[in-house]
Design a protein around this ligand. Sequence first.
Ligand code: AGP
Length: 594
Amino acid sequence: MCGIFGYIGTDNHAAQKTVNGLKDLEYRGYDSWGIAVRSPRAQELYSRKNVGKISGVAEKDFANIVGDMSIGHSRWATHGGVTKKNAHPHFNHDKTIAVVHNGIIENADVLRRRLSEGKRNLFVSETDTEVIPHLIDYHMKMGKSLEDAFVATCGDLKGRFAFVVMHTESDFLLAARSGSPLIIGKGEGEYFIASDIPAFLEYTQVVNYLDDGEYVKLNRTEARFRSFHTQKKIQKKDIPIVFNKEAASKGEWDHFMLKEIVEQKDSLARAINQDDKAIKKIAREIQKARGVFLSGCGTAGKVCMAAEYFFSVVAERHTNFAPSSEFPIYHHFLRPESLLVAVSQSGETADVLEAMKVAKRKKSKVLSLVNVSGSSVARASDYSLLINAGPEKAVASTKAATSQLALLLLIAYATAGKLKEGKELLIGLVGKINDQLNPKYLEYIKKVAEIIFRENDVYIIGKSANYPMALEAAIKIQEVSYIHAEGFAGGELKHGPIALVKKNTPCIALLANDETKDDMLSNVAELKARGAYIIGIAPEDHALFDKWISVPDVGAASPIANLIPIQILAYYLAVLRGNNPDMPRNLAKSVTVK
Ligand code: AGP
């Protein structure tokens, strides 16, 4: 949650650079934004903040703000409402120290009370962040240098944080990380710091990652890393970045969500293009583990739930799925021989990291599947595989989800000793998805969306690995169209949910051409008998369907094929209802708070 950007260099248009960088981070939070700039000889830091999206702000409006050092923030509110006062940066009383922060300071209330003793109206916002500049200020007033005060402040804070600090009288930026991402971009006589790489990709492709417990002091020519626990120096290797700015930009597309849906033509192929040796090694770990747990959040969680079926059906291997927020409750079952498979697009999701911590405490092994290399999840894992979906900017996860599914299905096949068979199946799937994802197909699904977009409720059913896909379909429709959508196992309808179905209620059935098909058709018939409007997503049309959306017949890979039209449908439902599918209300792309 929240995007952080910082610049120090020789360009006097640091403010414009910061606004530009924040636009690339807006997917992380878009309630409000703000910047602070250090202008030469100024007593106070200049700042500008507002509620709303940074994308609506013109960079030229910052052209006459002079300063070669700046920090900025795009917010997803946690502590305090969406107001200009709560927008970052936050300052000390004299406005000499500015801070932008991502994460949650868990002991903010205690610190606020302590700092407020004998002082009225010290705090101007309701945020947890505001304690940081006041703490630094306090330590400086006790005689510490800015850097020492900053380090002392890191020690005062409990919780997950990433923050950047700027001071009127110091020619450097300071930034610390404990749980939330910060990456440093190294330019010529300039440095950038941001929550995600695309924010500075047009200026540099060389980065250093800040790890938990570390801080960096950035001046124009040097980045000095130290532990904020011990102040010990840390050497970092420069890491070249492989993706380019184009991959992370919208291009000709109206929305990232549609661009990313269509990109599945390529992203699926990249997901399965893995080193056989690495996959076989992972398969061996799964075979020998005593207790395999699959965990992720939201869409990644539904992917894990589908993988539970993959391992059962393809490899006859028992695995256990739990959403990461629930996973800690299972700690009794963990032992050193257990394996946690953690799945996360961003690799920064707090609940996933917490689940991994629980597994580590029990000395269990952790395998992760992530899309962002160098992410916290990848770094904290014993083994990590990249799904290689490319940057996913829309809040709704689409191409990452199908890449995760494809890779987990491949691993299930490898666990069964059938890697070659799995590869052939998935290569076949890639070809069929390539044929299918054409403008005519999109247009057809748009027409289906036009039939149902005014409805208040949509129900989705599936069986076996298509049951979690029904749950995922509900997430997709809920988050971008705001239509009430719920997914069920087809066989569960008659035990309660069918009472919700009235004449013309849209019901979507996800079918596969396998042993589940007949049962699913019976469930569809039950819905039809109650007057439901049936949209069948299936390899073949059926008399029970009012509308048929065709998908390729791809055996065990059917959840992947079935999910794609759902993503397209959700996209058009959002657009037809006048929503911006890339930035749904109340959400943010990566959820770095518990
Ligand atoms: C997906 O459409 C959602 N926005 C959300 O459920 C997401 O999948 C979840 O927050 C997990 O994110 P991660 O994959 O980055 O860990």
